[in-house]
Ligand binder design. Structure first.
Ligand code: GLY
Ligand code: MN
Ligand code: MN
Length: 434
């Protein structure tokens, strides 16, 4: 992503903040996994969105209209010895030259410098609750100025929630963001195809999981979340990530896996027969989920609201379950009573972007949000029937199915970013046989 895109975002944010304001946003911190080992570092998505700066121990400050520079980045100083052990740092020079900061200071000097930047502003744009420790430090800096208010220092009088503006900005994807999301989608489609082709009875779930690691890293993408690779009964566990079991002939395999490119996620689920051919019972349920998926996607268009796709999926699933005698009664009554939740217990999607469950409100007041061009969401209906489900014939047991794609709202309606991956049962069978 080019520096100009980050600059554009900062300017847009500052325009909305107005005069006599300051925005403060800390980076993510490194997290210890065990003793000296850390989890792979993942930058905070808000921070990444505004800076493109991928180091821990940094704080972004924006002060609209400040004469000596509006964008200040606190970050680690260069340190040849530390860099030998732990990797390169941009330092203050890099913050200015590479990342476009107007000014940059060592993060160790923040206690001395930040109170001076707060002084004279009226409102502090900041997201409380992200880090209790940083919240405390910020209040400490404000109190530091308060203590000097009798000396004439102007104390900021209000905190404004930064994420309120920022998350609405993030909800609408720019052309550059869509380029990265398309790239993530394309890599992910390749990975899922690879998994379909290499799947065979006798292999283990982790071997199929490894194909995603291979495909993602081969294209310099990383995981957007832990892969779910669940054969048979494991497909009925929504967040199954152990991925340890052998794959049985006759079972389905549910794979929910996604990669990210420069932070932007793709999120796909497919469910296919381990031996390459859906059984009659599997196919009957699969075709209901597919029809629910189709009906939900059709509801993605400007002017419809967030919950329209979910309502469409619920209707198709309930009707299908009644036809298969898995539910009994009138379809509209069963929907009203949410009887479908016995088999379909999650929602039909979520916003997608820098976070796999991306930011952005789903409701405005008590109304579902209207869909607008530039929003990206998943559509992911499913049916899950664990063994021994009461009142259910055993031929349906241990069938868990989900079909998930990434869908962009366009001016005309929708574009499925992950459309390159087969979804119809017959197409999946053909790919597996090829
Ligand atoms: N992979 C997480 C989700 O589908 O929401
Ligand atoms: Mn999802
Ligand atoms: Mn998913």
């Amino acid at each position: 992503m080019k520096p100009a895109e980050f600059k554009r975002r900062r300017h847009q944010l500052m325009k909305m903040m107005g005069k006599n304001t300051i925005a403060i946003l800390p980076s993510a911190s490194e997290i210890i996994r065990n003793r000296d080992a850390h989890f792979p570092f993942r930058q905070d998505s808000d921070f990444l969105y505004l800076t493109g700066f991928n180091e821990p121990e940094a704080v972004m400050v924006l002060i609209p209209g400040r004469k000596h520079g509006e964008y200040i980045l606190f970050c680690r100083e260069k340190n040849p010895e530390q860099e030998t052990w732990n990797g390169r740092r941009a330092g203050q020079e890099g913050a200015v030259e590479i990342y476009g900061a107007d000014d940059s200071f060592p993060i160790d000097d923040i206690d001395d410098i930040l109170p001076g930047l707060l002084e004279g502003t009226d409102s502090i744009y900041y997201t409380m609750g992200g880090s209790a420790e940083f919240d405390k430090r910020l209040i400490g800096w404000v109190n530091h100025i308060k203590a000097q208010s009798r000396a004439g220092l102007h104390v900021p009088s209000e905190f404004v929630s930064l994420d309120y503006i920022l998350h609405d900005m993030r909800l609408f994807k720019s052309r550059e963001e869509l380029r990265l999301m398309r790239k993530a989608a394309t890599i992910n489609v390749r990975a899922h195809k690879r998994a379909m082709k290499l799947c065979a009875p006798g292999k283990h779930e982790y071997q199929i999981e490894a194909e995603f690691d291979h495909e993602y890293r081969s294209h310099n993408a990383s995981h957007a979340y832990s892969s779910i690779v669940g054969g048979g009964a494991n497909g009925c566990i929504l967040h199954y990530t152990e991925n340890t079991d052998p794959l049985q002939d006759g079972d389905l395999l549910l794979i929910d896996a996604g990669c990210e490119v420069e932070g932007y996620a793709s999120d796909i689920t497919r469910t296919f027969p381990i031996n390459g051919k859906y059984s009659k019972a599997q196919r009957e349920l699969y075709d209901i989920v597919l029809a629910a998926h189709t009906a939900a996607v059709k509801k993605v268009k400007p002017g419809n609201h967030w919950n329209d796709p979910h309502n469409a999926a619920v209707r198709v699933i309930t009707r299908g379950l009644v036809e298969l005698k898995l539910l009994k009664g009138s379809v509209s009554k069963l929907i009203k009573e949410q009887a479908y939740r016995k088999f379909y217990m999650h929602r039909t999607g979520h916003w997608l972007g820098l976070d796999v469950h991306d930011v952005g409100d789903y409701k405005v007041g008590d109304q579902w949000r209207l869909l607008e061009p530039g929003m990206v969401m998943t559509i992911e209906p499913g049916i899950y029937i664990p063994a021994k489900t009461r009142g259910v014939h055993r031929k349906w047991w241990d069938i868990g199915i989900r079909i998930e794609d990434d869908v962009l709202v366009t001016r005309q309606g929708y574009e499925i970013l992950t459309d390159g991956l087969p979804r119809k049962a017959s197409e999946i069978e053909a790919l597996m046989a090829s």
